[in-house]
Design a protein around this ligand. Structure first.
Ligand code: ADP
Ligand code: MG
Length: 248
């Protein structure tokens, strides 16, 4: 440990950022995810080995269907590998019971999606409070925590708005506030800027990268945008379920 630059950087960020003292946030070892459709097997991921140091931003790029969303789903414990080993924040997901996996997702991971996935009938404040409810209930302290998260993304003047009353950029910032509210160690963002114009994309990316710098959070995002990818410390390119290039 600590003999190569990547590990050392990860350990520093992990120790300083308070986001969990695990040097590697995500480790995929020879991971395959296969889907069976009638007699045809599609390998969405095909023997991927990849390590993400804590406190770093990584961009996954590649054409549609190359396995980006599958990679994020596996790292987020939303689905399981068909073969190989997935370790997230020091926990081997392969042997983890479903309930513990759900707990890990809820307490330590944050998810952001291209289409925001906000609940349309709830206000910004209510959407952001939602992940807190199982643990804290609808308490004042939950509300204070949600407001703090909303302030982090600069939406404090939109707390009572419904999603449809927000711009796309604002909706994604609300979704980011919701992802942050449990103070996750790892954020998985699947094309978070895919529906945004360049100016709003830059705002959302600035927020994500700010979390990496200030809080030592690990970010794994997928993107089609070379500009977005270039701003992440590391880029991984997938083609047909395999890593064809990894830089940074
Ligand atoms: N639930 C599923 N059932 C069958 N095939 C799937 C499923 N999810 C993804 N795939 C296939 O796996 C491949 C990778 O998909 P995906 O990870 O969504 O790629 P990307 O996000 O890069 O567009 C695609 O060929 C896709 O059709
Ligand atoms: Mg996708």
């Amino acid at each position: 440990m600590g003999t190569d630059a990547t590990t050392t950087a990860g350990e520093r960020a992990g120790a300083g950022g308070g986001a969990g003292a695990v040097a590697d946030a995500v480790r995929l070892e020879n991971v395959t995810r296969a889907y069976r459709r009638r007699d045809v097997e599609v390998r969405a991921l095909d023997g991927v080995t990849l390590t993400l140091s804590s406190g770093m931003a990584t961009a996954v790029t590649g054409p549609s269907g190359s396995g980006k969303s599958t990679l994020l789903s596996l790292a987020g414990g939303l689905e399981r590998a068909s073969a190989g080993k997935v370790t997230v924040l020091g926990t081997d997901l392969g042997t983890l019971p479903e309930e513990a996996l759900a707990e890990l997702r809820r307490d330590r991971l944050g998810f952001v999606f291209q289409n925001y996935h906000l609940i349309p009938t709830l206000t910004v404040c209510e959407n952001v409070m939602l992940p807190l409810v199982p643990r804290f209930g609808l308490t004042l302290s939950a509300r204070v925590r949600a407001l703090h998260s909303i302030e982090k993304v600069g939406l404090e003047n939109r707390i009572h708005h419904l999603p449809k009353e927000l711009s796309g950029g604002e909706q994604q910032r609300a979704a980011l506030a919701r992802a942050l509210v449990m103070r996750p160690a790892l954020i998985l963002a699947d094309e978070p800027t895919g529906n945004l114009d360049p100016a709003n994309a830059a705002v959302v990316l600035d927020l994500l990268l700010g979390l990496v710098r200030a809080d030592g959070i690990t970010v794994l995002l997928s993107t089609h945008s070379p500009e977005v990818a270039a701003r992440c410390a590391r880029q991984v390119r997938l083609e047909q379920g395999r890593v064809v290039e990894a830089t940074g």
